[in-house]
Design a protein around this ligand. Structure first.
Ligand SMILES: [Zn+2]
Length: 376
């Protein structure tokens, strides 16, 4: 064999070896080398999935996946990834993967719609991965760590939910909606007006039955009188609270239709239920307080702000036979499903434009809520 052909074959072999190296997720950069064990394990566990994808490439006319830019809050950098992969990571973070398939599908459509809201703090990206701000995102390594030996099964379930709702988003009057959701409502979801001060027709409270068995349906949180007074005086210096008088100084004033505390007297001032929840890191504003000589116990219903879809409620509806469309119609009343490609996010649509005043209200609410964690 002539020297040139041998060199040529050698070059091809080297190229193939490099391609395989990268394909199997083997490390390239210094950072990746540092994470060798997890990277290799990950590559190994992803092997069947990747081989399936390669086979699919040869056997179907799949369109090239749309790429999105994500601001990775943990690593403080921008990453580019297929939209489908982002959605899988978002659902992995936001909803238990063991939930019913129709609940996972409802979450997939909600997360896809949420993605279109953009991130006001990171305009260079389509979303950020901070759950307190946009919606969370768990990368494949994180999914592998979270699910362990169940990785393959859970991953396949979420992939199915994303695939079978491909391109679907929730719209109201032809416009993508402001998506909010929460873990457990406690039996009734909340009006957006009560939490964000803006009335949004599709974010009004609805009944959410069947959540009773969920772990955070009803929880208690106990503080010593000294610790709660210290926390509250730090958060609200003008309240002037004392441990001795606290049972008379902290009094709920108003409740929403869903029994959540909307305002309360706190010593010398009045605060909102939401402000109190933040200061004490409570699960929900649906609470009652019991005092002893030395402690205050909050008995709470639900987990999260309570607006939009209750994930536990979605799971309960699915268990009773509702499909994801029925779940979304229940929690986002008056909405419909539309194709992502035919709807312009945050802009005008070709569909019928609703009355200007209504559009402005919804847009104002959208802007106010875009910077809020969808779930927290
Ligand atoms: Zn964000």
């Amino acid at each position: 064999m002539p020297k040139e052909s041998r060199a040529f074959l050698g070059a091809i072999a080297l190229f193939l070896a490099c391609a395989l190296w990268v394909f199997f997720g083997a490390p390239l950069s210094a950072n990746e080398w540092r994470g060798i064990p997890s990277q290799f394990q990950m590559g190994f566990s992803l092997l069947p999935l990747r081989l399936t994808r390669v086979l699919k490439l040869f056997h179907s006319q799949e369109k090239t996946p749309a790429l999105i830019t994500l601001y990775d809050a943990a690593e403080n950098r921008l990453v580019s990834l297929p939209m489908e992969e982002y959605l899988i990571g978002a659902i992995a973070m936001e909803m238990p993967a063991s939930y019913h398939m129709e609940a996972l599908k409802a979450q997939a459509v909600a997360s896809r719609t949420r993605l279109g809201m953009g991130c006001p703090n990171h305009t260079e990206a389509m979303a950020c991965s901070d759950p307190a701000h946009c919606q969370g995102y768990l990368n494949p390594a994180g999914q592998a760590a979270k699910w362990g030996s169940e990785y393959g099964m859970y991953r396949a379930r979420i992939e199915k939910a994303v695939r079978e709702t491909a391109d679907q988003i929730i719209t109201y009057n032809g416009k993508p909606i402001t998506v909010l959701f929460h873990a457990v409502s406690g039996g009734h979801t909340e009006d957006a007006r009560e939490v964000f001060g803006e009335d949004v027709p599709y974010l009004r409270g609805v009944e959410s039955s069947g959540e009773e068995g969920t772990s955070r349906f009803e929880t208690t949180q106990t503080f010593t009188l000294q610790s709660i007074v210290a926390l509250l005086n730090a958060a609200f210096p003008n309240a002037h609270l004392s441990a001795e008088w606290l049972p008379l100084q902290i009094l709920p004033l108003t409740y929403s239709d869903s029994d959540r505390v909307t305002s309360l007297t706190l010593g010398d001032i009045t605060v909102s239920g939401r402000e109190l929840r933040q200061a004490l890191d409570l699960n929900s504003t649906c609470f009652s307080i019991q005092f002893t000589d030395s402690s205050a116990t909050f008995t709470q219903k639900g987990y999260g702000h309570g607006v939009g879809m209750s994930q536990a409620g979605a799971n309960a509806m699915a268990a009773k036979g509702a499909d994801y469309e029925a779940i979304l119609r229940h929690y986002y009343q008056g909405t419909e499903l539309s194709d992502w490609n035919e709807s312009t996010f945050l802009g005008e649509t070709e569909n019928e434009v609703p009355a200007k005043e209504e559009t402005d209200d919804i847009q104002a609410a959208h802007e106010k809520m875009a910077g809020r964690g969808s779930r927290l």
